[in-house]
Structures are given as structure tokens and as C-alpha cells.
Design a protein around this ligand. Sequence first.
Ligand SMILES: C[S@@+](CC[C@H](N)C(=O)[O-])C[C@H]1O[C@@H](n2cnc3c(N)ncnc32)[C@H](O)[C@@H]1O
Length: 248
Amino acid sequence: MSSSELNRAFWDRQSDEYQEHHKAFIGTPEPRWGMWQIPESELRILGDVADKDVLELGCGAAQWAILLGKQGARMVALDNSERQLEHARRLMADAGVDFPLLHSRAESVPLPDASFDVVFCDHGALTFADPHLVVPEVARLLRPDGLFVFSHLTPLAWICGDEDDYVVDRLVMDYFDVHRYDDADGSVLFQLPYGEWIRLFRRNGLTVEELIEVQPPEGAPSTYRTPEETAWARRWPMEEIWKVRKWS
Ligand SMILES: C[S@@+](CC[C@H](N)C(=O)[O-])C[C@H]1O[C@@H](n2cnc3c(N)ncnc32)[C@H](O)[C@@H]1O
């Protein structure tokens, strides 16, 4: 099975439990990033999305897309898991908003070239799909000067992960081999060394504007990480957000 088939099966299986576990933590009245839900209004990485065509790649239950839609973005939200999109339909109805939901894998998006001003995800497709396939797709979908933003785990957290997915204070995995990880839970994760991320962006006509290494506030709550892991992330970067721009 391909990684997108494995991840589709994984997310269809996990979706109900995931949404139940995180529902009170994510999707609050303002858009917030990642494992510690740092407000976008603080980071200001996406900026004003009103009247922009915005694509979310791996939207889950569309908590982000709903909030950006309310800010005036013309949203399209894509996900590889039909069960995640069923949750998205429910939350959209509750919020009284409507926009297209697309059941597709991010590696091959059935939409025309240059359709979007912004493509983004928060621990979405760039975590679960091969960047060598997704980054060219994003570059194709963006208009000149368009913005590509995504959050994911850092390569450092990746190579400090032990077999139980817990971060430890020593290097466990080889850095230069970082690419695909087949987890025991059936999901498949992707990552690249930093130099390779930058080469991949440039090969596809994209320039890095910013790399935000998230340092959570002390004792920050999280439904994704234990207090010990949050203390780790106070010392070393565990989560990062790339802000990349397509050449004009
Ligand atoms: C951790 S969730 C993140 C979603 C949302 N931002 C959230 O915080 O709940 C990851 C999402 O990526 C989706 N996904 C995984 N592989 C994908 C792929 N190849 N293409 C598109 N979406 C994918 C999953 O189905 C899942 O909904």
C-alpha cells in the first residue's frame, strides 16, 4: 500500500477518537497553531486572509478553515480521510459556514494551476505525505507571490524520538537518513533534513521568508504533548512553522 493509502486507513480509523480527544482544545474562536495552540494573532504568519483564495492541505475537521472562512477567506479544505471530512461537515453546519471540501490526497490535487493566494496546513499533509511530491504540487497551485505556510515537528524532535514516540534528551536516529517513518500505529510520517527542505523549495520556485521555531510558554497546556514533553520543547525546538513565498 502507498503511504497515502496507509494514512487514509489510519485517519479513517482514528478520526472519531482524535476529534473527541482534542475538541475542546482546538477550533476555539481564533485560529491558533499547533501542539500548544499559539494564536495566529500573536505569530502573524498568515496575515490578512480576507478576499484571498486559500487552500488547507489536510484540514481534518476543518477547524482552521471555518475560522479563516469567517474572516473572509475564500476557502477550499482538502483531506485524505473521508471520516475527517464527515466531522468537518458537522462542524461547518454548527458554525453556519459553507465552502468546498475536497476528498483528495495532497500529493495529487485535482485543481487547476495558480488557483490560490495561500496554501497552508497545521500538522497536515506536510507531515503525512512525501514533501518531494507535495511541494511541487503546492508550487503549481499557488499564484505568483503566493504564500505557503505549514507547521510540523522539527527534524530535531524527529531524531530524538524513541520507539514509543516520546522525545528523549539524546539523538536516537540518524539525521541524514530522515525521510519516511512507518509508525507502529499504521501511519506514515515524513520529514527532511534542513538543507534538503531549502533545496526542494528553491527547485520549485519558492523562497523561505521565515522559519518560526515554536517555544511554548512555560506550562502551556496541550492535548498533544505531556508536561514533560512541553518542558523539552522549552529547551529545544519541537515544532516549527515554515513561511515560504512563490517567486513573482
Ligand atoms: C493531525 S491532523 C491535522 C488536521 C488539523 N489541522 C488538526 O489540527 O486537527 C492531520 C490530517 O492530515 C490528513 N492527511 C494525512 N495524509 C494526507 C494526505 N496525503 N493528503 C491530504 N491530507 C492528509 C489526515 O487525514 C488528517 O486529517
